[in-house]
Design a protein around this ligand. Structure first.
Ligand code: ADP
Length: 270
């Protein structure tokens, strides 16, 4: 069977989510990602980013619409069968297991035999430069080391899609910048598709191929970082991108969180 070359790898097709059967926290979301893309969901707290990630991972179910992975609906596929790696802010490492055991666990769950597990664990630890730490327990690691192990654990079964939810939120600024570089490098060298959630615009703008700016369950703009800087589609995006905005203009008025900006071209945007 021939496959259309432009078929999206990840697709949200008119997805809605309500937790209480009333309020939509994700409203009619359409999003298509090609294979290999690094897409960041950026937006304030409560704007629906994590909910989107949880639906993609399979821990939440869409109230309406379809989520497709590589052309197939995954609505009815349980999380562990989706072939998706995940990294979260709180590492979620098992404290009673060594680093190597933490990494081997998802492979064991998949029924992989011991020698193959060991080879994959070794390779994943090398990827994040943690080969020497295999026998340690999480409590014996620094925050940055734990986050590297969490990253290795997400990569250990060679997923094609990796989801990251504020993975660097607990790290200090310097380490965060270093890890951004490492994550980007891993993305490029492994050719994986990444959906990355953050409220940190610097992180979003430095790492991503495209950024989806969320507010109130809606993607306000989906564009490469440069375009967000240069052509924010509305006042929310312009305001959120804020001080990093390279638009040359002056703020004419501010009402609540809405600003009206006059660009050098004379155009007014709000
Ligand atoms: P973000 O990741 O952008 O901070 P979330 O997706 O976590 O946003 O949350 C979107 C909205 O859904 C918020 O109003 C939040 O309170 C609500 N919400 C998130 N998870 C749950 C849940 N498990 N039960 C009920 N409401 C939830």
């Amino acid at each position: 069977m021939t496959e259309p070359a432009n078929r999206p790898f990840v697709e949200f097709d008119r997805v809605q989510k309500s937790y209480d059967g009333e309020t939509l926290v994700v409203k009619d979301l359409n999003l298509q990602m090609p294979k290999g893309e690094f897409l960041t969901m950026l937006g304030p707290s409560g704007s629906g980013k994590t909910t989107c990630l949880m639906m993609l991972a399979g821990f939440e179910t869409a109230t309406h619409g379809e989520i497709n992975l590589d052309g197939r609906s995954i609505n009815n596929i349980p999380p562990h069968k989706r072939g998706i790696g995940m990294v979260f802010q709180n590492y979620a490492l098992f404290p009673h297991m060594t680093v190597a055991e933490n990494l081997a666990f998802p492979l064991e769950v998949r029924g992989m035999d011991k020698s193959e597990r060991e080879a994959k664990v070794k390779r994943a630890l090398e990827m994040v430069q943690m080969g020497a730490f295999a026998a340690r327990r999480p409590a014996q690691l620094s925050g940055g080391q734990k986050q590297r192990i969490a990253l290795a654990r997400a990569l250990v079964f060679e997923p094609e899609l990796v989801l990251m939810d504020e993975p660097l939120g607990a790290l200090d600024k310097q380490l965060r910048e270093h890890m951004q570089f490492e994550i980007k490098h891993l993305h490029e060298s492994l050719g994986i598709t990444v959906v990355y959630v953050t409220h940190d615009q610097t992180e979003a703008l430095t790492m991503s191929d495209r950024v989806a700016v969320f507010n109130d369950g809606v993607i306000q703009q989906l564009a490469p970082p440069d375009e967000l800087y240069e052509r924010p589609q509305n006042s929310f995006v312009a305001g959120f991108i804020g001080e990093n905005n390279r638009l040359e203009g002056t703020i004419e008025s501010i009402e609540g969180s809405k600003a009206t900006v006059r660009l050098k071209t004379g155009e007014l945007i709000d």
